[in-house]
Design a protein around this ligand. Structure first.
Ligand SMILES: Nc1ncnc2c1ncn2[C@@H]1O[C@H](COP(=O)(O)OP(=O)(O)OP(=O)(O)O)[C@@H](O)[C@H]1O
Length: 241
């Protein structure tokens, strides 16, 4: 297995005339759940877009599963879930996931397995348009899982979910990683840090921390990720003065 699923070197992205990522370097080790945490507007979605190859970049290197981001050969190897559900409201859960299975050329049984994995088997015949927001985002996740991707890139997959569903989803992410997949999962909810093998803390397009939660807590002396993050911000601001 390769060491890193994602390797980014000196990535610069400008959006709307603003430098959103000013030269970011980071990696995601293979077989781990890496949390990309940071406040709204810190650049999480932009970074994720660069990884899946849909972001125009000024400069830098983005290597994904050993290939440059956006390479056609990566299409089947990455599962990507955006913040906006990308499934069809007028189709059932099963029809949606089967549709993605047929695009990827995988067995229809994979659709049922993916629906089972996101705990929607009871709703397999429901129209997606009649589901709750959280259920709908899990249909998107099932669609991303159906091709059995090596890397899952999930942009705020737990937004709007209740605590039980959030816990279940993080358990699913852990299981997927234990099977050898790599996951990059963004969130602006700091308490999700405890669910991740490693954390990337992003602020204003810069990585403030790239380590495990115990390492982060030991380094900052904080009790939880939120306080650790605040203390890193204070330090960065003091250093800039
Ligand atoms: N389509 C766009 N055009 C121009 N600027 C954009 C566009 N989308 C995002 N930006 C800017 O890029 C910066 C980073 O946005 P991004 O969406 O990557 O942040 P984020 O951390 O994912 O935020 P959130 O948690 O709110 O989704 C923000 O300052 C935002 O205003």
């Amino acid at each position: 297995m390769m060491k890193n699923a994602i390797e980014i070197t000196d990535l610069r992205v400008v959006r709307g005339g603003r430098e959103v990522l000013p030269g970011l370097t980071m990696s995601v080790p293979a077989g781990q759940v890496v949390g990309l945490l940071g406040p709204s507007g810190s650049g999480k979605s932009t970074l994720i877009r660069a990884v899946v190859g849909v972001q125009v970049v000024e400069s830098g290197d983005v290597m994904v599963l050993g290939e440059p981001a956006g390479s056609p050969s990566l299409r089947h190897r990455i599962g990507y879930v955006t913040q906006i559900p990308s499934v069809y409201d007028d189709l059932s859960v099963r029809a949606n996931v089967r549709y993605f299975a047929s695009i990827l050329g995988v067995a229809m049984s994979a659709a049922d397995e993916a629906i089972e994995a996101v705990d929607l088997a009871d709703h397999a015949d429901s129209l997606v348009g009649r589901l709750s927001g959280g259920q709908r985002s899990r249909v998107s996740l099932a669609a991303a899982l159906v091709g059995d991707p090596e890397l899952l890139v999930l942009d705020e997959p737990t937004v709007g979910l209740d605590p039980v569903l959030r816990r279940d989803l993080w358990q699913l992410f852990k299981r997927l990683a234990a099977q050898g997949r790599s996951l990059l999962v963004s969130s602006h909810v700091m308490d999700e840090a405890s669910r991740c093998d490693r954390l990337l803390l992003l602020r204003e397009g810069r990585i403030l921390a790239d380590e495990t939660l115990p390492e982060l807590l030991a380094r900052t002396g904080a009790d939880d990720a939120e306080h650790a993050f605040l203390s890193l911000i204070d330090r960065a601001e003091e250093a800039a003065r």
